[in-house]
Structures are given as C-alpha cells and as structure tokens.
Design a protein around this ligand. Structure first.
Ligand code: DLZ
Length: 158
C-alpha cells in the first residue's frame, strides 16, 4: 500500500479559521527512537510551517508502540484539536510484531470511535529498518509530515 503520489498536502478543501489556535498533542514511542525521532521532527516542522505555534504542540513519550493507545487515551482529557500517535514496529523472528501492530491499530481506531478528538495513526509497521528509514525522511518521504497534515485536516471537524 504505497502512498507515493497519493497523499494530498493541500489544505484548501478544509475549513480551518485560525491555525495558530490549534492545539496538537503528540505521543511518541521510544522503541526504534532513531526512526521515531525523525517522524516527530517531520511532524513538528510541518505543523509549524502551517502556522501552528510551538507552544501549542505538546510532545509526550511512551516506552513502546504498545503503550501509544494508553498514552493517547490519557491526553484525550486535555482537549487537543488532534492527537498524533508516532511509533515504529519492525518485524522480528517471532509473532510479537503481529500482536503489537494489531493492538495499536485497533486501539487507536477504538479511540477514534469513542472520543471526539481525532487520533492520527503514524505508526510504521515495517519488515526491516531500511523500510522504516525510507519512510521517515528517506526516499518515500516522512510519514510524520503526512501525519501532521492529516491532524490539521481532521482538526477542522472539531
Ligand atoms: C517488545 C517490543 C518489540 C519486540 N518490538 C517493538 C517494536 O518493533 N516497536 C515498538 O514500538 N515496540 C516494540 N516492543 C515494545 C512494545 O511496544 C512494548 O513497549 C512492550 O511490550 C511493553 O509493553
């Protein structure tokens, strides 16, 4: 499911009265932090370049991607306009990868069903580190950047 040429960065179809008022929460996993740090920088840079102020971007860390759902659930109470969950799960020799990927994707979907605040899924689920690098500032762009735009678009519903 490549996103080459599929992600639309333009915000013109969305009604966003004042970008500087948007408050965005970000929850980031420490596992594979070389990758998640790049996703985080991509997201923060993109938010700022769209007029969101640094003081309205709140970054919270969790140990691994499995903890993203709990981390996002806790900050739902803070009334952000959108939340971005950032993680990187890389396939190993066991089934652990499948459990983490399905738990975090289902958990974040559940938060979107139950709460009024959009939670953006920026979790790479890759077969190896090369794939993750290619998607966190490499030849396939930076999924953190796309997540930032998705967060702004979804915030317009609130
Ligand atoms: C345990 C584990 C493994 C094996 N792999 C990853 C991974 O690739 N990416 C990631 O974000 N987290 C991983 N974890 C940690 C789990 O997400 C979680 O932090 C622990 O199981 C503790 O609940």
């Amino acid at each position: 499911m490549s996103t080459n040429n599929k992600f639309d960065f333009s915000l013109e179809k969305y009604n966003i009265p004042n970008y500087s008022n948007l408050k965005i929460g970000i929850v980031v996993s420490e596992w594979n932090s070389d990758i998640t740090n790049n996703l985080l920088s991509g997201a923060v840079k993109e938010l700022i370049s769209n007029g969101i102020t640094k003081k309205n971007i709140f970054v919270n860390w969790v140990p691994g991607s499995f903890e993203l759902v709990y981390g996002c659930k806790q900050i739902l109470k803070k009334n952000f306009d959108a939340i971005i969950a950032i993680g990187c799960v890389i396939k190993g020799d066991t089934d652990h990868y499948e459990y983490i990927c399905s738990s975090v994707s289902n958990g974040i979907m559940q938060l979107n069903i139950e709460s009024d605040i959009p939670v953006i899924f920026c979790v790479l689920t890759d077969h190896n580190k090369v794939q993750s690098s290619e998607r966190s500032g490499g030849k396939y762009g930076n999924k953190g950047t796309e997540a930032a735009i998705a967060a702004i678009k979804m915030a317009s519903f609130k």
